[in-house]
Design a binder for this molecule. Structure first.
Ligand code: G
Ligand code: G
Ligand code: MN
Length: 407
């Protein structure tokens, strides 16, 4: 982990008292390289000197001269790559909206703090952020070219990670979601958001999915042979569903690995709008007829919404993590989460809450009648080899959690 003493923090607030207070709070937490500015214009001066670039900015939204949103725009223009915490007296919904705006600009939003700032909340946000800079501050996440991704497919540089899904009522591990990882020879582990889109746009997603899928089915057969009663979920993009051969491929792969279609969940996301839905509809309907499960992934975001629910034969709904994490304390999220569950129930679908990140999320999900839960609180995605030991450890841990629930 990076030492706190080397982290450069900038606090931007027009109230001198707030600046003093935040310097004090940060010093108490061990952050000593803190600069302060009373206006956006003064803060932007810092950006002329690469040695003074902050790793983290605490930003007040309401300032008379340049407001926080304008300042964020300047950060984008300067390709700011550090973290950002918003501070304001505005209500939760406005802060949440601005936080989304920051993320849309691809700036890392750690979260927001309402004035008066509570030192415990500040400390919690910083504690969550610190491990993220452990790979070196400003670890470059670069965009990969089609040629690089194609070569990686050919050389078999992708591998599967698996993230557990548990049944909320019993705590039992019901299945695993397979998530692609790229073991890049020089860049280390590369995450899907850095290669899936390129693969989708350049016709490589099919080759990539097929490789991951065969591996996942074979691995699942091994687990099942060893007495682990697990289902396997795979992410399928709409771009996988453009050629009719896909259904036959999946059926054949399941058959050769020796696993039942009813133990296979295909999680479908539509990251961009598709013009022709007839072919995807035909493929998915055939697979459903053969008893594969179909899950609508990231429900409520992007194109993953009511149209899809109406048109496709989904039998599982995954509420996007954006409506799960933090829902316990956020009226807007809770309303959307509740409505999504209710839709699933009325349509006779199973529901999954993803993004169960902490104890509060878990307790909340347990109180709602959702069927399954997935998220960092339960487990992060891991290589296949770690699954059996993780399951043993979880079974003990969840017993304690369930007992607490009863008392
Ligand atoms: O693995 P992460 O933990 O970072 O996954 C990020 C996103 O990438 C998820 O939304 C997931 O749906 C997507 N993703 C992961 N693996 C695959 C894959 O094999 N195929 C497709 N199409 N998407 C994937
Ligand atoms: O639904 P999708 O396929 O998008 O979900 C998988 C993605 O979600 C992966 O990137 C995985 O690493 C990530 N993920 C899983 N659990 C959590 C969680 O609790 N919190 C967050 N922020 N991301 C999670
Ligand atoms: Mn998914």
């Amino acid at each position: 982990m990076v030492k706190k003493s080397v982290i450069k923090i900038l606090v931007l607030d027009d109230e001198p008292f707030m600046l003093k207070l935040l310097i004090y709070m940060l010093a108490e937490l061990g952050f000593i390289q803190v600069s302060t500015c009373e206006s956006g214009r003064a803060a932007l001066e810092l950006f002329h000197d690469p040695n003074r670039l902050p790793d983290l900015i605490l930003l007040d939204l309401n300032m008379p001269d340049m407001d926080g949103i304008e300042f964020i725009r300047h950060l984008v223009d300067r390709s700011y790559s550090g973290g950002l915490i918003l501070i304001s007296g505005e209500n939760e919904r406005i802060l949440q909206t601005v936080e989304n705006l920051v993320r849309a600009h691809k700036i890392m939003a750690l979260g927001h703090l309402q004035k008066p700032v509570n030192p415990k909340e500040l400390s919690a946000l910083l504690a969550k952020w610190m491990p993220l800079c452990s790979g070196g501050l400003r670890a470059a996440t670069r965009a990969y070219t089609v040629d690089e991704v194609r070569a990686a497919v050919i050389h078999g540089e992708f591998m599967n990670y698996y993230q557990p899904k548990v049944e909320v009522a019993s705590g039992k591990v019901m299945g695993l979601e397979c998530l692609a990882r790229w073991r890049h020879p020089s860049d280390g582990m590369v995450f899907p958001d850095q290669f899936i889109e390129v693969a989708e746009e350049h016709g490589l997603i099919d080759a990539l999915t097929r490789a991951l899928l065969s591996e996942a089915f074979q691995q699942t057969a091994v687990w099942q042979d060893n007495g682990l009663d697990l289902r396997i979920a795979l992410n399928i993009s709409m771009d996988n569903l453009t050629s009719l051969g896909f259904a036959d491929y999946v059926v054949h792969a399941a058959y050769s690995a020796g696993i039942k279609p009813s133990d296979i969940v295909l999680e479908v996301t539509e990251s961009r709008l598709m013009k022709n839905l007839t072919v995807p509809l035909e493929i998915l309907t055939r697979l459903r007829l053969k008893r594969f499960s179909l899950s609508i992934d990231d429900f409520g975001t992007g194109h993953s919404s009511l149209n899809q629910l109406r048109d496709f034969p989904f039998d599982e709904l995954k509420v996007d993590r954006g409506f799960v994490h933090g829902a316990a304390n956020n009226d807007t999220l809770r309303a959307i989460y509740g409505a999504s569950l209710s839709l699933a129930q009325q349509l006779g679908m199973k529901s999954v809450a993803e993004g169960v990140e902490d104890r509060a999320d878990w307790d909340f999900v347990c109180s709602t009648g959702c069927d399954f839960a997935q998220g960092y609180f339960i487990a992060k995605p891991m290589p296949a080899s770690e699954i059996p030991n993780w399951i043993s450890a979880w079974e003990t841990e969840v017993k304690n959690l369930m007992e607490l629930r009863l008392t």
